[in-house]
Design a protein around this ligand. Structure first.
Ligand code: SAH
Length: 247
């Protein structure tokens, strides 16, 4: 095995390929093999050197996705051949990205791994609308949640409402109606500003800014993030809409 061979778990950022880090670009340029998720913008692959092997793994939506165990086997397989391997994932590899599982799998087999963090959609997508996820006097913190759990379990909605933090929900499109009802049931004001952003930071970005009580996921289908909290008032040119809907 080549002594410097290593697996890099790399974050590609939220969508816009210019939001990838320089370190990610350098890792892609040095890679022999790149295993890439479907969510990653194809333009990010422009940094891969000619002749390197690009393997597409992972289909959005779960059902046809490359099994995680198979991806891990591929990482191990190429690393053991002495190849420099990049595992390129959307956003940050450790935020709802299963990067931790891949790191464990590599470590368990004695394979060196390095994590190159990426800009997660949870902060970048709100920022693209002008929304700061924390703001003095409005939100003392931010909570990242998934709307999709394999065991169907729910978080402690009342505790989330009490926390006073901005709620950022990944993978919440399908379950949004249920989540919105649960939050209101736990005491959150339906007039709380809320927005849904699809394909954030990309040219195809589409958003709806409304309130918890009025926001609807109808008409959205791509990767989407939901942001709930007073900070959503910062969304470009949307304050009137929030106030009108809340009135
Ligand atoms: N590791 C990624 C998240 C992977 S989970 C990260 O750190 O960003 C995939 C979910 O992320 C999507 O279902 C969606 O909820 C969110 N997401 C990723 N990119 C997005 C984008 N450009 N716009 C809106 N939501 C996005």
């Amino acid at each position: 095995m080549r002594r410097d061979a290593k697996v890099f778990l790399v974050g590609a950022g939220p969508g816009d390929p210019d939001l990838m880090t320089l370190k990610a670009v350098h890792a892609l340029g040095a890679a022999d093999v790149v295993l890439v998720d479907e969510l990653v913008s194809r333009a990010c692959l422009a940094h891969v050197r000619p002749g390197a092997r690009i393997i597409e793994v992972g289909k959005r939506g779960g059902c046809r996705s490359t099994p995680q165990a198979f991806i891990e086997r591929l990482l191990v397989h190429y690393a053991r051949q002495g190849k420099n391997v990049v595992r390129l994932k959307g956003g940050d590899p450790f935020v709802f990205g299963r990067g931790g599982e891949e790191l464990e799998a590599l470590r368990a087999r004695g394979i060196r791994a390095e994590v190159i963090p990426g800009i997660t959609a949870g902060t970048a997508v709100p920022a693209a609308l002008g929304i700061p996820v924390t703001h003095r006097g409005l939100a003392r913190g931010v909570t990242f949640l998934t709307g999709h759990t394999t065991d169907g379990s729910d978080p402690d909605w009342a505790a989330l409402v009490r926390s006073g933090t901005t709620l950022v929900i990944y993978m919440g499109l399908k379950s949004f109606a249920r989540i919105a009802a649960a939050l209101q049931g736990a005491g959150m004001n339906p007039a709380t500003p809320a927005c849904l952003v699809e394909n954030g930071t990309l040219a195809s970005q589409k958003q709806c800014v409304a309130t918890l009580g009025t926001l609807s996921a109808t008409g959205f289908g791509g990767p989407a993030l939901i942001v709930i909290g007073e900070v959503v008032r910062f969304a470009h040119d949307q304050v009137d809409e929030i106030d009108a809907r809340a009135a």
